[in-house]
Design a protein around this ligand. Structure first.
Ligand code: FMN
Length: 463
């Protein structure tokens, strides 16, 4: 069989992910693997028709498409995102239609599931027959147990092609884009009380996104900085070289870092506005997110209120919602809100967002995080301490200075208490008592906290 490997890594042959493909190539010598470097060659594919047509004929001739890509900032790299946009812009979906498809990623398995859900949705939209994915940790190939699983994963894909296995669509088609919304100027404006409001966007003139950005800016009485991300003057997308790991310095000498320092760093309220292209924000936004990797694995929006304005069928894109909310949480911000142009009174929603963002910024409210940020922190903590810190020196410094190496093994009083409880539990009478009164033991410390709460005392005094 002919397998077309669409490689998303900007590193081409030096890609970690591609080594997994090379392994499979040796495991299945009876099949032919043709690798197209969509990530590395994205500039050529955009500019040279010949390169684009060559790639399309490799897809056209194949029996199955094998997406092989690293996970970059919770999705695929901006380069691969751009490639997927080109398929639509150049009306090339027909070439992909009906092909069997599968995907492999390498990563440290932080938001790998969103990258896979995105690729799955894209395959469904291209009318491909998506058979499943393999999410590998970047070092998994070193294990022979994993190698065996990898062979089984790929055998299943080959069998699906051979037996023309029926495949159901998982992600329903997205609704058609609606007409741009028109918004009248807000009747009043919210006093920003000295809070710095920044709105970053990539709006096209005359679009709903532009209307929402303008309207939201007018909802604030104080000065608002509005900037198009194109003004960051990025010379190109992240190359995945990790030069930034040592001291957060990127290989690009362009405007990105100055733009970040001018707009993102000082913002108390940071609003990011985007238009949905396929199933995510634009490749330009993705490039912006990828380039922010140079800041390291540290909470880059710490203490800020973050909000999003979305043009397009956001309500149908659970994965995009997960990425946007996950990004805000993981970067240490509070998600003040998301306003879309899909339905309802958009102007009222924008005004409410302006009011809420200022109030929450004043109160310094940061919502307690949920599973993705709790899990994300533990993944980063363990990966950085467990090996990455040899290279990611800037992260290591930050983690030490901010107490982020918070392993439970270092909580000695808790360990002693656990040991004592554990020993006590070997006494049958104690165990019987604990089992009988478990709910009481669980609420007792909380009841004590309520009784001795200084927060409650303060509120009672103020009443
Ligand atoms: C810009 C950038 C963003 C990344 N974002 C993520 C991420 O969100 N989740 C993750 O688990 N790994 C992330 N990684 C790690 C890569 O996925 C991992 O190193 C991968 O194996 C690189 O594959 P490649 O050599 O094929 O490009 C990121 C790496 C870079 C350079």
């Amino acid at each position: 069989m002919q397998i077309c490997v669409i490689s998303g890594s900007p590193k081409g042959e030096r890609s970690v992910t591609l080594q997994y493909v090379r392994f499979l190539e040796q495991a299945f010598p009876e099949h032919t693997f043709s690798v197209v470097h969509a990530g590395r060659e994205i500039r050529n594919l955009e500019r040279q028709e010949e390169a684009w047509n060559r790639l399309l004929s490799t897809v056209a001739e194949c029996d199955g498409v094998f997406w092989a890509t690293p996970v970059y900032v919770m999705l695929v790299p901006a380069q691969l995102k751009r490639f997927i946009e080109l398929i639509d812009e150049r009306s090339a979906a027909e070439v992909f239609s009906g092909k069997y498809a599968t995907a492999i990623t390498t990563s440290i398995r932080y938001f790998d599931h969103t990258a896979h859900a995105y690729l799955h949705g894209v395959c469904d939209d291209l009318n491909m027959r998506y058979t499943g994915f393999c999410s590998a940790h970047m070092q998994d190939l070193e294990s022979e147990d994993f190698q065996e699983q990898l062979v089984l994963f790929f055998s299943d894909f080959l069998e699906a092609i051979a037996e023309r296995r029926p495949v159901q669509r998982a992600f329903p088609p997205l609704p058609e884009a609606s007409a741009p919304c028109a918004l009248k100027a807000p009747p009043a404006a919210v006093d920003t009380r000295g809070r710095r409001v920044v709105i970053l966007h990539d709006a096209e003139p005359g679009s709903s996104q532009e209307a929402m950005v303008r309207h939201l800016a007018a909802c604030y009485a104080g000065p608002v900085q509005v900037a198009h991300i194109r003004d960051a003057g990025m010379k190109g997308p992240c190359q995945g070289c990790c030069r930034c790991a040592f001291d957060n310095t990127c290989i690009y000498d362009d405007g990105f870092s100055a733009f970040w320092k001018e707009y993102v760093v000082p913002a108390d309220i940071l609003v990011m506005a985007g238009t949905i292209r396929d199933r995510f924000f634009s490749a330009a936004w993705k490039q912006f997110f990828d380039r922010s990797f140079a800041n390291g694995h540290v909470p880059a929006f710490k203490g800020k209120q973050v909000a999003y304005l979305v043009e397009g069928p956001f309500g149908h894109l659970a994965t995009l919602r997960e990425v946007l909310t996950g990004l805000a949480e993981m970067e240490g911000a509070n998600l003040a809100g998301i306003v879309t142009d899909e339905s309802g009174d958009i102007a009222a929603a924008l005004y409410a967002l302006a009011e809420r963002s200022v109030r929450l910024a004043d109160q310094r409210y940061i919502a307690p995080v949920t599973f993705p940020a709790v899990a994300g922190h533990k993944i980063f903590r363990d990966e950085i301490w467990g090996g990455m810190r040899a290279i990611f020196k800037a992260d290591d410094r930050y983690y030490r200075q901010h107490g982020l190496y918070d392993f439970p093994t270092r909580d000695y009083s808790r360990r002693i208490a656990t040991r004592v409880t554990s020993l006590a539990m070997s006494i049958p009478a104690v165990r019987r008592d604990v089992v009988r009164n478990m709910p009481d033991y669980m609420v007792q410390p909380l009841q004590k906290s309520i009784e001795s709460s200084r927060v409650l005392e303060e509120r009672r005094r103020r009443r």
